[in-house]
Write a protein that binds this ligand. Structure first.
Ligand SMILES: [Zn+2]
Length: 313
């Protein structure tokens, strides 16, 4: 692992470029964080127009490739190249919950695509439930693992290069994936195009406004965008998706359907102010000195041990 991605109080090894907000197109923005959860330098902007939070400067494709090929699984998930028993246990439980949520709305043999399928537990669960399931995963190690371990179909490659026929999918799921993409709004629009009439898209992202953590602890280099429930819904609306009224939404975990009559998309007023108010400026030094980080650290360690134990059971 590269030392440059681990040394605190230094920037990540990338240049990137400044971009306008891909949601509303605005370029006025407020800095909401200059540090991330690894105490590395990382600037995050909240768009003054719509409230979408983005990394600035935005890394380019080559810089992201370098990060994901070398550092991602270690740096972000603290996992080795192959998925650990703990990772698989957590992923299997989440896959079961996601499938149980969608199953009442899927017909037998429905064509289901998991976008960012990781080690393949959701694709396996969907296949076992009788759906025609496929995964899309750019990480070759995890894609190879999923095929070998579960015998599931995984399409690997950059997500921009992957395409499905229009209207060919009954369900698309993306669990904590689109916040990693350089243009999540474009990805949602592609999802809308791939969905069949009556199809659903399950999208889950972290809610940057809900976490009780200090502001800088909510940011990570891998998350190029950070959503609130409102900005996720706006991004979906721009892409031609609306929350499916048959399913109860939970913050930034939402099941969308295609918007019946495409209508003009507009920014929801007041969201940018609400997002900024939810991201108070916290001094990193002050936070370290108060020891407030100790309790969550011990809680995380306890949770980790529990998950490892559950995975072994
Ligand atoms: Zn914006």
């Amino acid at each position: 692992m590269s030392l440059a991605n681990l040394t605190p109080f230094t920037p990540y090894p990338y240049v990137g470029r400044h971009i306008a907000c891909p949601l509303c197109g605005g370029d006025r923005a407020t800095v909401v964080a200059t540090m991330d959860r690894r105490l590395k330098k990382l600037t995050s902007l909240c768009c003054d127009g719509c409230g979408l939070v983005r990394t600035d400067p935005m890394p380019d494709d080559a810089e992201l490739d370098a990060y994901y090929s070398g550092e991602y699984r270690q740096d972000y998930q603290l996992a080795a190249a192959l998925p650990s028993a703990r990772h698989i246990g957590v992923s299997r439980r989440e896959a079961g919950q996601r499938l149980a949520l969608l199953a009442p709305h899927l017909k037998a043999g429905a064509r289901v695509m998991d976008f960012g399928s990781g080690s393949g537990e959701f694709v396996k669960a969907a296949k076992d439930a009788g759906y025609d399931a496929v995964g899309v995963e750019p990480g070759t190690t995890f894609a190879t693992f999923a095929r070998a371990e579960y015998g599931v179909e995984i399409v690997s490659g950059r997500h921009e290069d992957i395409d499905f026929p229009a209207g060919s999918l009954d369900a698309i799921t993306a669990h904590h994936v689109i916040e990693h993409l350089r243009d999540p709004v474009a990805a949602l629009a592609r999802f809308a195009g791939w969905l069949a009439e009556g199809g659903v898209a399950y999208i889950a992202v972290p809610d940057i406004t809900r976490s009780g953590k200090p502001t800088f602890e909510r940011f990570h280099f891998a998350h190029l965008y950070n959503f609130s429930p409102e900005t996720l819904e706006m991004a979906a609306a721009k892409a031609g998706l609306e929350p499916d009224p048959r399913l109860v939404r939970d913050g930034t975990t939402v099941v969308f359907r295609k918007t019946a009559r495409p209508r003009a998309w507009a920014v929801t007023p007041g969201v940018a102010e609400r997002v900024k108010a939810a991201l108070p400026d916290v001094s990193v030094a002050g936070h370290v000195l108060t020891g407030a980080w100790l309790r969550p650290m011990f809680k995380r360690a306890a949770k980790w041990r529990r998950q490892v134990k559950d995975a072994k059971a």
